[in-house]
Design a binder for this molecule. Structure first.
Ligand code: AMP
Ligand code: GLY
Length: 421
């Protein structure tokens, strides 16, 4: 098979590494890929939103399957466009990807189908949002831009002033563009967070092994929210009892709800959960693999990923037995100094071998560029240094020993991945 992967981050590098293990795969293209991906696939200079160029390339190069990994092209209908041109693609159509791209949609879906989530109200007028927040007068309060915002459109306001500023930034200053035309104001929940990714063909749903993301930039969960600074799998808070409650009250009802709305979801559905004192609740849905959740989940997958993808597309997932290794994995993200705010790029990365790897760990490249055989930083999140062990402790030890051998100017990473709630 000839497969094309859309995207160019650590998640896509991980997906490509997994696809390479399949005896069914002859050739992998990445659009646009990155410096590390270039060692595992042929990178083509096509942007993730360029439907016409992806379709033309796929036709010319007889691509059998396109894996659309990032949220933006899914929301913009990349899978719909590929299918309309007779090209097989993995990922939800736009009508289903809306479960991530509109928080107003997902909150209303959960309310309508009684799926547990934080209580909320939706506003399209900043003055009304502020009036509601002031009348409610309970802090912290959570304010979310409706649309996609690179994981940064959620503000947890500790005071009335912070809440007013947040509404203003999102709705008036349009910090996230049109994503801020509506806001969701919701109840602040507490409890450990768990990420569960699941394969679904719209009929059945198979959860993958659980994981935990560390979203804040600095140790002790300080600093701004980022796309994710590190992950572990499994998540210690995701016990078999919690998993069973999630299956019954969240996972299966979500698949059924999307079908009832005539928006069948096919692909990877990501449940961002909080295990509150009242039980598990949905914080958010994503319509794709998480980044860096994929980096710890996929290395534990024993079943051929191509077989799973085909079963999802052909709606016969229930016939497949999906197996996972009984290990633990940890991923530590090395980021550019300043991320998630402004940062410089173009610094040489030392400590990697000629394939961009390091002994004892698997390095997934997120923001790197390859020039004359050398790797340079080329993004906010630069590398996802990942290791597997019999225990979480062993995985973390291995990942951090590898991280300490890698350096570039301004490199920043958290030292408490897997160690805090
Ligand atoms: P989201 O982009 O919706 O996943 O939100 C980003 C992060 O904000 C989550 O991972 C949580 O840590 C936090 N968060 C979002 N909604 C809530 C909530 N209702 N209560 C507490 N924390 C929240
Ligand atoms: N790591 C969180 C996400 O991919 O949305």
């Amino acid at each position: 098979m000839r497969i094309m992967v859309i995207g160019g981050g650590g998640r896509e590098h991980t997906i490509i590494r997994k696809l390479k293990e399949s005896p069914k795969v002859d050739k992998i293209y990445a659009a646009p890929g990155n410096g590390g991906i270039a060692k595992d696939a042929e990178c083509v200079d096509i942007g993730v939103m360029d439907k016409a160029a992806v379709i033309e390339f796929a036709k010319e190069n007889v691509v059998d399957l396109v894996f659309v990994a990032p949220d933006d092209p899914l929301a913009a209908g990349m899978v719909d466009a590929l299918n309309a041109n007779g090209i097989r693609a993995f990922g939800p159509r736009a009508e289903a990807a809306i479960i991530e791209s509109s928080k107003v949609f997902s909150k209303n879906l959960m309310k309508k189908y009684h799926i547990p989530t934080a209580a909320y109200e939706v506003f399209d007028d900043p003055a009304e949002a502020i009036a509601y927040i002031e009348e409610r007068n309970q802090y912290p309060v959570v304010i979310k831009a409706d649309g996609l915002a690179l994981g940064k459109g959620v503000i947890i306001a500790q005071t009335q002033k912070e809440a007013r500023d947040a509404v203003k930034e999102i709705m008036e200053d349009k910090k996230f563009g049109d994503s801020g035309n509506h806001v969701v104001v919701e109840e602040f929940l507490t409890g450990p967070e768990v990420s569960v990714l699941a394969f679904t063909d719209g009929i059945s749903l198979v959860p993958m092994v659980s994981s935990k993301d560390h979203k804040r930039a600095y140790d002790n969960d300080e600093g701004l929210n980022t796309g994710g600074m590190g992950t572990i799998s499994p998540n210690p808070y995701y016990t078999p009892e919690v998993a069973e409650i999630c299956r019954k009250t969240i996972f299966e009802p979500t698949v059924a709800a999307m079908n009832s709305e005539n928006r069948p979801f096919k692909g990877c559905l990501y449940f961002g959960l909080m295990i509150t004192p009242d039980g598990p609740k949905v914080i958010e849905y994503n319509a794709r693999f998480g980044d860096p959740e994929a980096q710890v989940v996929l290395p534990r997958l024993k079943t051929d990923l191509v077989d799973i993808i085909e079963a999802v597309i052909d709606e016969r997932l229930s016939q497949l037995n999906i197996e996972w290794s009984d290990t633990a994995t940890a991923c530590v993200v090395m980021a550019s100094g300043g991320y998630p705010q402004s940062y410089q790029k173009g610094f040489e990365i030392s400590g990697l071998d000629e394939n961009g790897q390091i002994e004892g760990a698997e390095v997934f490249h997120a923001g790197t560029k390859l020039e004359n055989g050398k790797f340079y930083t080329n993004g906010g999140r630069v590398l996802g240094v990942t290791a597997e062990g019999k225990t979480l402790e062993e995985a973390l030890d291995k990942a951090y020993s590898a991280v300490r051998k890698i350096s570039f100017e301004g490199a920043h990473y958290r030292t408490d991945i897997g160690k805090i709630k």
